[in-house]
Design a protein around this ligand. Structure first.
Ligand code: GDP
Ligand code: MG
Length: 707
C-alpha cells in the first residue's frame, strides 16, 4: 500500500503517450504491480527519489483520452482524481503528452487542470514530432497553459532531471494553472452552485463530473446519488448534449494553444519507409501472410526454445528430489518435501521459460510498432467473436500452454475482450494434452495411411486441435452476449511509426510477467500440489498399511520392482484419491469411465501430463516393470471391466476421454493464472464449471453415440 508519508505523483496521459516508459525510467526495478482498490485493474506503482532526502510514490494510471471513461479500466482515472480521500490521490499529476499529436493529447490535460490539480506537463515524443517536421515550443506552451512544461524523451530518459526538479518545485509550492479551459458555471450557473453546495465541493468542473459520473464513482453514497439525479431532473440537464458542448469548447481553446506553440510543415507525413512497410504489412493478402509467418515463428520458438531450459529444470528438480530422498531419512515429512512441496515448486518453475520467451517475442512486436498493424488486420475478424485483434496471440500461444497465453492477453485494453480471451484460451489444446491424445489415439485408431505419410491417427489428432479452436471461437461468441460491461469498445487507434525495441523495456516486461506468475499463481499451484499429494498418499485409518499386507498374502509370487508397483497401485486405490475415484464412479460411468480413470481425472488436475503416469501406476498390478508407453498401451488394451467383461478402453471410452480432455479445464496452473489475471475467483469458477460442464456433456454424447 502506498503510504501517505511519501508524496504521490500520478502519471496520466493518452494510451501510447509514453507513460509506462517514463514510469520505468523513473522507478527502474523499484516497482510493483497491485490493483486499484475495488476494481480489477492492474496498478503499477513504484518509488523514485526526488532529492537526497525525499522519495515519492509514482502511480502509472491507465491510459485515457479523456476523463469521461470509455471502459472499466478508464474509470479508475476519474475515480481517483475526483476523490481526495483516495489512497492514490496525487499531490502532483504529471500529464505525459505526445508532442507529435498535441491537439488530441491536450484534451486530457485541460480536463485535469480544470479539476484544480497541480500539473506538470511532460512533453514527450519530441523526436517523433521532429521526424514529422513539427516544432513544438515548450516555453510558449508553458506560457499558454500556465503550468511547468518539461521536454523529455521517455525512451532514452532525456530530461528526467528537469522533470524531477519541476515536480519538486510544484510539490513545494503548488502552482495552479490560473487558466480555466471550460467553466460549466458559465453555462449552468444555478445547477453547478447547487451541486457544489449539496456535495460540499469547491471546484466547478468537479461538480460537473459529479453530475455526469456519480453513477460510477466508488466513493459517494446512495443518498448523494439520489440528490444528484434529482438535481439533473429539476434543471432538465441533458448530459450527452452538455458533454458534447464541453468537448467542442475545450478543443476551441486547445486549437488556440496549438496554433501558438506548434509550427508544422505544409503537409505532415510519416517516414517513407514506415509507409512502404505498411503497404506490405497492412496488405489484404501479404499482411495476413506475414502475420501467419510471424505467428509460426513465435509458436515454434516458444515451443522449441523453451524446451531446453524446461528439460534442465525438469532434470534439476528430479535430481534434487532423488538426492533429497537418498539423503533424508525416509519419512512422511521427506515425502511431503519431495513429492508434495518440491513437485509443486517444480510445477511452477517449469513455466518460467515459456512465459519469458513468449513475453520476449510479444514485447518485441509491441515495441516495434508491429502489434498495432496486427490489431488493424485481425480486428474485424476477431470482433465478430467478441474478441480483439490482439486475441490472436493468446489463442495461438494457447497451443503451447495456456498459462503464458492467458497472461499475454494483458495487452488487450478493452476489459470485456480481454476477459473473453482469458476465458476461452484454455480451450486451445495445450502441449500437455498431447501425451494423453497420442496414447489414446494409438489405442483405438489404426495407423493405416490415408494419403502419403498422413494416417488416421494424424487426422484424428488434427481434428482434436481443430475442435479446440472451433470451440474457443464459438464460446467467445456465446460469452459475448453474457458478459455485461459498459465498455464502449470503440477505439482511436493511431499507427505508431516503426521503432527499434528498447531492450530495457522488453526486459522489464519479461521480469514483471514472470514475477506476477511466480508470486501469485505460484502460491496456489504449490498449495494445490500439496493437497493432491496428501490425497494420493494417505487413506482413512490404516487402509494403506493393510493394502500392502494384503498384497503380500494374496500375491506372494511378486518381487522387486513388480511388487513395488503393485503396492503403489494398491495404495493409490486405497488413498483418499482412490476413494474419490470410486465415489465419483456413478457420475462418470455414463461417460464410459471406471473409478481408475476417475483417479486419473483428479490427479491430472495437477498437470495434464500426470494422467499417463497415474494410469500407468494404477494399471501396474501384476505386470512387469519397465518399458513405459508400449507396456502402458498393452496394459490399457488388456484392461477388462469387471462388471461387463468387455475391454475398458473401447473405442467409445477412448473417444469420450479424448473429447473430455479437449474441453475440460483440467489444470490448476491455468485456474491459478485466471485468478491472477482477473483478480478474483469469480471468473476462474465460471470457467471451470462451463468448461468441465461442456466436457462432461460432450463426452457423454460421444460415449453414448459410439457405444
Ligand atoms: P503508454 O501507453 O503511455 O504507457 O506508452 P508506452 O510507454 O508503452 O510507450 C508507447 C510506445 O512509445 C513505446 O513503443 C515506447 O517505446 C515509445 N516511446 C515512448 N516515449 C518515446 C519518445 O520519447 N520517443 C519515441 N520515439 N518513442 C517513445
Ligand atoms: Mg502503459
Amino acid at each position: 500500500m502506498a503510504s501517505k508519508t511519501k508524496p504521490i505523483i500520478a502519471l496520466a496521459g493518452n494510451p501510447n503517450s509514453g507513460k509506462s516508459s517514463l514510469f520505468n525510467q523513473l522507478t527502474g526495478l523499484r516497482q510493483k504491480i497491485g490493483n486499484f482498490p475495488g476494481v480489477t485493474v492492474d496498478k503499477k506503482s513504484g518509488t523514485f527519489r526526488l532529492d537526497a532526502a525525499t522519495e515519492a510514490t509514482v502511480v502509472d494510471l491507465p491510459g485515457v483520452y479523456s476523463l469521461y471513461p470509455q471502459s472499466l479500466d478508464e474509470r479508475v482515472v476519474i475515480d481517483i482524481l475526483a476523490n481526495p480521500a483516495h489512497e492514490d490521490y496525487p499531490e502532483v499529476v504529471v500529464v505525459v503528452v505526445d508532442a507529435s499529436n498535441l491537439k488530441r493529447n491536450l484534451l486530457l490535460f485541460t480536463e485535469i487542470a480544470d479539476l484544480g490539480l497541480p500539473v506538470v506537463l511532460a512533453l514527450n515524443m519530441l523526436d517523433v514530432a521532429q521526424n514529422m517536421q513539427l516544432q513544438v515550443n515548450a516555453t510558449k506552451l508553458a506560457m499558454q497553459t500556465g503550468v511547468p512544461v518539461v521536454r523529455i524523451n521517455a525512451r532514452t530518459g532525456e530530461g528526467l532531471e528537469l522533470l524531477r526538479q519541476a515536480v519538486r518545485q510544484v510539490l513545494e509550492k503548488p502552482v495552479l494553472s490560473q487558466k480555466v479551459y471550460f467553466d460549466p458555471a458559465h453555462h449552468v450557473p444555478e445547477l453547478i452552485a447547487e451541486v457544489k453546495q449539496k456535495c460540499d465541493l469547491a471546484n466547478n468542473n468537479l461538480a460537473l463530473h459529479y453530475l455526469h459520473q456519480h453513477g460510477i464513482f466508488s466513493f459517494i453514497s446512495t443518498e448523494k446519488r439520489v440528490v444528484l439525479d434529482e438535481l439533473i431532473e429539476k434543471h432538465g440537464f441533458d448530459l450527452p448534449d452538455f458533454q458534447a458542448e464541453e468537448t467542442i469548447n475545450r478543443y476551441q481553446k486547445i486549437d488556440g494553444i496549438v496554433k501558438a506553440t506548434v509550427t508544422a510543415p505544409a503537409v505532415v507525413q510519416a517516414p517513407v519507409w514506415t509507409k512502404r512497410l505498411d503497404q506490405i504489412l497492412l496488405h489484404p493478402l501479404w499482411g495476413y501472410t506475414v502475420f501467419l509467418l510471424v505467428l509460426l515463428v513465435i509458436f515454434q520458438a516458444v515451443f522449441l526454445l523453451a524446451q531446453y531450459p524446461m528439460d534442465v529444470i525438469d532434470g534439476g528438480v528430479a535430481a534434487l528430489t532423488d538426492w533429497l530422498k537418498a539423503t533424508l531419512p525416509p519419512s512422511a515429512l521427506t515425502n511431503l518435501l519431495t513429492d508434495g512441496l518440491l513437485a509443486g515448486i517444480g510445477g511452477v518453475v517449469i513455466f518460467i521459460p515459456q512465459i519469458a520467451f513468449l513475453f520476449l517475442l510479444i514485447s518485441i512486436l509491441e515495441e516495434s510498432g508491429y502489434m498495432a498493424r496486427v490489431m488493424v488486420i485481425m480486428d474485424r475478424l476477431m470482433r465478430k467473436f467478441g474478441l480483439n485483434g490482439r486475441s490472436v496471440v493468446p489463442l495461438i500461444s494457447g497451443v503451447a500452454c495456456a498459462v503464458p497465453a492467458m497472461m499475454s492477453a494483458r495487452s488487450i485494453s478493452n476489459y470485456k475482450e480481454r476477459l473473453i480471451t482469458i476465458l476461452v484460451t484454455p480451450l486451445m489444446s495445450c502441449a500437455a494434452r498431447l501425451p494423453i491424445f497420442t496414447i489414446l489415439i494409438a489405442l483405438v485408431m489404426p495407423p493405416t495411411p490415408v494419403v502419403g505419410f498422413i494416417n488416421w491417427q494424424g487426422i484424428t489428432l488434427l481434428g482434436l486441435y481443430a475442435l479446440g479452436l472451433a470451440s474457443a471461437l464459438l464460446s467467445a461468441w456465446a460469452l459475448k452476449g453474457f458478459i455485461k460491461t459498459e465498455d464502449k469498445g470503440y477505439f482511436i487507434m493511431e499507427m505508431p511509426t516503426y521503432k527499434w525495441p528498447r531492450w530495457y523495456h522488453v526486459g522489464i516486461s519479461i521480469w514483471e510477467s514472470v514475477k506476477a506468475f511466480v508470486l501469485e499463481a505460484g502460491k496456489i499451484i504449490v498449495a494445490i500440489s500439496i493437497i493432491l499429494w496428501v490425497l494420493a498418499s494417505y487413506g482413512p485409518g490404516d487402509s494403506m498399511e493393510r493394502a500392502e499386507q494384503n498384497l503380500r498374502q494374496t500375491q506372494p509370487a511378486l518381487t522387486g520392482q513388480a511388487f513395488d508397483n503393485a503396492v503403489a497401485a494398491q495404495k493409490l486405490e486405497n488413498s483418499y484419491a482412490g476413494r474419490f475415484g470410486k465415489f465419483i464412479e456413478p457420475a462418470i460411468a455414463p461417460l464410459g469411465y471406471d473409478w481408475k480413470i476417475g483417479i486419473a481425472l483428479l490427479t491430472s488436475f495437477a498437470a495434464r501430463e500426470v494422467f499417463v503416469g497415474t494410469i500407468s501406476t494404477i494399471y501396474s498390478i501384476g505386470s512387469d516393470a519397465g518399458e513405459e508407453n508400449s507396456t502402458i498401451k498393452k496394459r490399457l488394451k488388456a484392461e477388462v471391466n469387471a462388471k461387463t467383461g468387455k475391454p475398458v478402453y473401447s473405442t467409445a471410452t477412448a473417444f469420450s476421454l479424448l473429447i473430455f480432455y479437449v474441453f475440460a479445464m483440467m489444470c490448476m496452473s491455468t485456474l491459478a493464472t485466471a485468478y491472477r489475471e482477473t483478480h478474483g475467483w469469480k471468473w476462474p469458477a465460471v470457467q471451470f464449471f462451463y468448461m468441465t460442464g461442456l466436457a462432461y456433456l460432450l463426452a457423454f454424447l460421444t460415449y453414448q453415440g459410439l457405444k
